[in-house]
Design a binder for this molecule. Structure first.
Ligand SMILES: [Zn+2]
Ligand SMILES: [Zn+2]
Length: 326
């Protein structure tokens, strides 16, 4: 028996570790041990499996010395969507990832034994396959043309499948789109069970928000207010991703105004400084009047007319120029 034949018999590859070779042997041995299997060919099959296992383990121990550190598993990369609230507050979040895992249906071998023999798919029942030197016995059915060993339909012979894993992730406050989180050892498993699994790399993507905008590390918001607040000044409550906050509006012109509150934007993280909260105050007047409001508007208008040269100099100048000549 040569090494490729032994591998075929046990359903392992050249990258399979000693532990996995032993495991593959144990599974097949349970099925073919003459004490458990009354078939006449069981004794011989069991002996061949044992020989294949020994051969591969001897070969494995010499190659393992040459290559002491087993390969690390592959890193797993994926986007991780966050709400702006989560990004600002930090805390615990959950992330679901699809990781490669051993196929349960075939215990990672890629093959399954079926109850009834069927035509060998490798040689299509002829028992022979064409190689460089000519026809040779088919290794999958050992020349019989039929086999009880079929490629695992669950994993299509790969011996592995993708399984959903969910991890808790601790978020530090101040994540921005494009930031990356590395979760050591949460990536794909190593091909060799002795090897370290890869890492999980999460690339942060902030979900668009219905109320807030993000500009660098600043947070922007449009806040409608009464025009009178802009005229007389006062306190306005503004929502922020971490809860409402009162801001002081000084008296001034009744036009759109922006107020920036330093360090109330995306929190500082690492070397990145905290951003500002930029509030645009959008002036508005009541759209529905009432007898009381109408009375107040009337007296307001009378007071404006009485003090017009002082409080409305542009209007007054216009009227002086275009109306007083008549
Ligand atoms: Zn499988
Ligand atoms: Zn065959």
């Amino acid at each position: 028996m040569d090494i490729p034949e032994a591998r075929k018999l046990l359903g392992v590859t050249s990258r399979t570790s000693a532990a996995a070779i032993k495991k593959a042997f144990r599974q097949l041995a349970m099925q073919w041990h003459p004490d458990r299997n009354p078939a006449p060919e069981a004794g011989e099959k069991f002996a061949r499996l044992a020989a294949a296992c020994n051969l591969l383990l001897e070969q494995e121990s010499s190659s393992a010395k040459a290559n002491a550190a087993p390969d690390k598993g592959e890193d797993l990369r994926q986007d991780f969507e966050l709400d702006l609230e989560q990004a600002c507050r930090g805390g615990q979040a959950e992330v679901g990832v699809d990781k490669r895992t051993e196929c349960d249906a075939c215990a990672g071998s890629g093959y399954q034994e079926v109850a009834l023999s069927q035509q060998c798919p490798t040689c299509h029942g002829s028992g022979r396959i064409r190689r460089k030197h000519g026809l040779t016995n088919c290794p999958d059915c050992e020349g019989r043309g039929y086999t009880r060993r079929i490629r695992c339909p669950e994993c299509e012979g790969k011996g592995e499948r993708l399984a959903r894993s969910v991890f808790a992730v601790t978020l530090t406050p101040g994540m921005l789109s494009g930031d990356e989180l590395r979760l050591e050892g949460k990536g794909h498993p190593a091909p060799d069970p002795a090897g370290q699994p890869g890492d999980l790399l999460l690339r942060i993507v902030l979900r668009p928000h219905a109320l807030f905008g993000v500009d660098g590390n600043d947070i922007t918001i449009d806040r409608p207010v009464s025009t009178f607040i802009l005229l007389i000044g006062g306190t306005v409550t503004v929502p922020t991703p971490v809860g409402p906050r009162d801001i002081d509006v000084p008296p001034g012109l009744p036009t759109l105004r922006e107020i920036a509150i330093p360090e109330a934007g995306i929190p500082a993280r690492g070397k990145r400084a905290a951003g500002a909260l930029k509030v645009r105050l959008l002036p508005g007047l009541p759209t529905v009047s009432s007898p009381t409001l109408t009375k107040l508007y009337r007296s307001l208008q009378q007071e404006i007319e009485r003090t017009q040269p002082h409080c409305c100099p542009e209007l007054d100048a216009w009227e002086q120029r275009w109306l007083s000549a008549r």
